[in-house]
Design a protein around this ligand. Structure first.
Ligand SMILES: Cc1cc2nc3c(=O)[nH]c(=O)nc-3n(C[C@H](O)[C@H](O)[C@H](O)COP(=O)(O)OP(=O)(O)OC[C@H]3O[C@@H](n4cnc5c(N)ncnc54)[C@H](O)[C@@H]3O)c2cc1C
Length: 391
């Protein structure tokens, strides 16, 4: 088939490699002049690792990223442990800089023979027996057998209002050094109830540079303007009151522009397939990054789509199979993400109290600990088994 992929993010690049390697003609369109990832770092969970290993990128990812064995958090004032979840069974997450992951996926897509068309802002699609993309300059793509929408949260090919969550986060890259007194191989956080969170996540390095960490600071969207007015020193003081050991590391942040403010929305469209248009990644399902699953879900979608199109020449049947392979896992994680987020990012006093006094002790009980490990790994609902990727 001739397939257009709209969006050269994680889902689009993975789909381009996989579909091309399965023998399809692939043209990848993105709005950017030069493809580039936006933001800091993310965790590739065992689910995403299984997909990347399936196309030979597992070792390269492990080399560039940083192993993460545990998610650990303390209440800043009491010092009490309020989050402690490991991956179990020798599994781990891999923290990686977005640029490193992007570079791996982009060169893999080009090596596989995908064509790349930069500077094409998609504004719509004409979908009938064949399908074409419409661009902001009035041009239209040639006809394709299928359009894959990998345009992310703001896809113009999805009809919806994005209802942003009240809280977003500021992100920056900081050097990762031993004097930070962090637990090794750990994503570590400090909280004040659920309205203040600081986190540090090891993300390996880029271009053979020194080890880095992604630093994030939870912030209400409606306080962002005030944060800009207050200035960096006031903000640094607030963070260091929670986490004094970060002083030298936050000192490397010299201007507000070094912090990227990301805001989030929860949304899931009911049906990821419409005629010759199929949605993958955040265009189908976006969530706050509390559970760290978005990139991994995008990789699973791309793998499921390539596998489904490989199994039959009947496009409708193949797209039906794609939906069946992924929708249960998508539903499960979108629901969990929606339930969990306010325990870690909200103005509620009750939810963090429940988190600290009931949920955290309960989470140490072996059966609950095992479920939480699986939840963090992305493997609840057995998505890998459904794709034939389980070890
Ligand atoms: C701050 C933050 C932290 C996160 N942390 C994690 C984590 O730890 N683990 C995890 O798994 N996930 C995490 N996520 C979620 C993850 O980043 C997303 O789920 C993932 O990037 C989705 O991939 P995608 O390919 O669907 O969309 P994107 O990565 O958003 O890619 C969309 C692509 O489409 C292009 N595009 C958009 N609109 C147009 C247009 N109109 N025309 C042409 N091109 C267009 C963009 O340039 C981009 O290249 C995080 C997200 C954020 C914001």
């Amino acid at each position: 088939m001739d397939i257009a992929i709209a969006g050269a993010g994680i889902a689009g690049l993975a789909a381009a490699s996989l579909l091309r390697r399965h023998g399809h003609g692939v043209v990848l369109y993105d709005q950017l002049d030069k493809p580039a990832p936006i933001g800091s770092g993310l965790i590739i969970q065992p689910t995403g690792q299984a997909v990347l290993s399936a196309f030979g990128l597992g070792e390269a990812l492990a080399r560039r990223g940083a192993r993460i064995d545990r998610l650990f958090g303390r209440a800043a004032r009491s010092g009490r442990i309020v989050l402690d979840v490991g991956f179990g069974d020798g599994a781990c997450g891999i923290g990686v800089h977005r640029a490193a992951l992007f570079e791996l996926l982009f060169s893999e897509a080009l090596d596989a023979g995908a064509e790349f068309e930069p500077a094409h802002e998609v504004v719509g699609a004409h979908v009938g027996k064949s399908a074409a993309l419409e661009f902001s300059d009035g041009r239209r793509s040639p006809g394709f057998d299928l359009i894959v929408d990998a345009l992310g949260l703001h896809s113009p090919l999805v009809e919806r209002e994005n209802a942003y969550l009240d809280y977003g986060a500021l992100w920056a890259n900081i050097p990762l050094t031993e004097d930070m007194a962090l637990t090794p191989n750990t994503l570590e956080q400090r909280y004040v109830d659920a309205h203040k969170t600081a986190g540090v996540m090891p993300i390996g390095s880029i271009a053979d540079g020194p080890p880095l960490a992604a630093f994030f600071w939870s912030l209400r969207r409606d306080r962002f303007a005030q944060w800009q007015t207050d200035g960096l020193d006031a903000w640094r003081g607030e963070v260091l009151a929670l986490w004094p050991a970060l002083e030298a590391h936050l000192a490397v942040i010299q201007s507000p522009e070094e912090l990227v403010f990301a805001h989030y929305a929860h949304h899931t469209i009911r049906d990821p397939v419409k005629d010759r248009l199929v949605h993958v990644g955040d265009s189908w399902h976006a969530a706050s990054p509390q559970l760290g699953q978005g990139a991994n879900m995008a990789l699973l979608d791309a793998y499921a789509l390539a596998q489904s199109l490989d199994q039959t020449m009947d496009i409708d049947a193949a797209l039906g199979a794609y939906k069946a392979l992924r929708q249960r896992h998508v539903w499960l994680y979108q629901t969990i993400s929606q339930l969990f987020t306010p325990f870690y990012q909200s103005d509620s006093k009750l939810l963090p109290w429940l988190r600290d006094t009931i949920a955290t002790p309960a989470a140490q009980l072996p059966p609950i600990a095992a479920v939480l490990s699986s939840m963090v790994a992305g493997t609840l609902g057995a998505p890998l088994r459904r794709l034939g990727l389980a070890g």
